[in-house]
Design a protein around this ligand. Structure first.
Ligand SMILES: [Zn+2]
Length: 127
């Protein structure tokens, strides 16, 4: 599998970016009490999911980009549908969407951030 495809698969399935075999997180996405609980290492390839203390602070930048993209996308959809909403109506709607998507954005930003630093290892192709 080429690295771009592997990276996309890792991000969309929240799997280890090195081997794509194991989940990064310990629970299902809307189990809010354990939303941020990650495995320390991949049980399959032993990749360290916490390379240094505070590693995931950088994921805030990814989260910012994701939310900005979602804002632009929703704003464009509302504009294209000619919904004629007032700005406070749109912002209220966006805040509701933001709360609903918060767990997904949180985990997506972490898995994207980890994928920036860890690449797929071809040795795990047939393992
Ligand atoms: Zn792994």
């Amino acid at each position: 599998m080429d690295k771009g495809k592997a990276r996309l698969k890792s991000i969309l399935s929240f799997k280890c970016p090195k081997c794509l075999k194991e989940d990064l997180f310990e629970s299902k996405i809307y189990q809010l009490s354990s939303l941020g609980k990650m495995k320390d290492r991949c049980p399959h390839c032993k990749e360290n999911f916490m390379p240094e203390p505070g590693f995931y602070f950088g994921a805030m930048y990814v989260s910012y980009a994701l939310i900005t993209g979602q804002f632009i996308l929703l704003f464009s959809i509302v504009h294209l549908l000619n919904l004629d909403w007032k700005i406070w109506e749109f912002i209220s709607f966006f805040l509701v969407v933001l709360v609903i998507l918060a767990p997904i954005n949180f985990r997506l930003s972490r898995v994207i951030w980890l994928n920036i630093f860890v690449s797929y290892d071809q040795r795990y192709d047939n393992m």
